[in-house]
Design a protein around this ligand. Sequence first.
Ligand code: 5CA
Length: 442
Amino acid sequence: MRLSRYFLPLLKETPSDATIASHRYMLRAGMVKQDSAGIYIWLPLGFKVLKKIEQIVREEQDKAGAIEMLMPTIQSANHWKETGRYDAYGPEMLRIKDRGDRELLYGPTNEDMITDMFRTYVRSYKDLPQCLYHIQWKFRDERRPRFGVMRGREFLMKDAYSFDIDAEAARQAYYRQFVAYLNTFGRLGLKAVPMRADTGPIGGDLSHEFLILAETGESEVFCHRDLVDMPAPGAVGDSDLLSVFEERTALYAATDEMHDADEFAKVPADKQLSARGIEVGHIFYFGDKYSAPMNAQVQGPDGKTTNIHMGSYGVGVSRLVGGIIEASHDDNGIVWPKSVTPFGAGIINLKVGDEAADAACEDLYGKLSAAGIDPLYDDKNDRGGQKFARMDLIGLPYQLVIGPRGLKEGVVEVKTRATGEKQNMTPEAAVNFIISEYEGVA
Ligand code: 5CA
């Protein structure tokens, strides 16, 4: 992409209502624009990151055997009346009436709808287990939308739903999603810690939240320090799911609501970590909380009908855009992990109109594009300082700086955004360096 042709509306001033880094940088870098409280327009740069995160979440769900589908944003109130949640959910639910006075709502989550769908088709244990997911916009009329996309009213969520014959099988489904979450957050460059959590309006008796630690997080958390740096487990076979789950949950970790001070006191003092965190995922096992009132039953091998055992598994896809920035930024702007960066590298032409600089930039732009690096070429006629600040703000992992002076020596400058390290190399070496840096990033 050529910057001169792109739509990147950067802000010079920090908007006064943006109190945390991710919110400030998302506005300043032209990623989002607030349309009304908690509702955002995703501008091209922000949308690109959102799509990359969504794709990683999707790939890890697919690897875990979940199957993608799509449910509508607008739901009939009838499903919710059947489960008793229509009244229970309260003012967070946006209730709508159509022209025929029928009660509808903008879905805050989909347990009720998917349970209704599932019971329509599935009657036998032979059709289980099953796990279905979608990545769809949700609406919750939050009392205090804040921190930009982190606590929005309209937000993008991945929500998966598992269906099993009994509690044991359902727990296995839970462990499988638990492991998929560790791998998903690992690929996003995050250290997300699973913690025992309250189930809130979703219900159930087994639940974990995945939190990334950040001073600006809304949740208060308590955990064993060693949990924070545990690497993602990678591919885990069915027979090893439980042991990964047990390994991760053996050490103390709980959110505020589930915190047990006496248990926490048993953690060695130098390993006790009390911190703030951002909840980026939340998983639930709730058995027949929805299937019982909705009569979602299957016939077992013994001919008896039983309620389907269910769980649900959410990832805050749009919240993650902010969460990743909270975890990875400095005073100059965002520092994108390679897996979700909106462009692979920036090319800065220090003297647009100079024949040698223009030709070198075009050549680098063509080569990096052909290699799938998706570069952003700053071909605008601005001052160098402005170009450097802009490129630092939007946070691409690598910057190639090309000017007539360097070219006379046969070199361009390669800057690594995260470390600030600068190296001079020939244009060919720069292209190879960047290609090699992206090897293995999936
Ligand atoms: N049905 C279940 C799981 S599918 C559910 O709705 N879980 S949840 O309420 O915990 O939401 C799942 C994830 O969505 C949360 O972990 C969080 O990352 C994200 N999320 C929740 N509310 C918001 C919000 N107001 N703004 C942005 N993201 C949110």
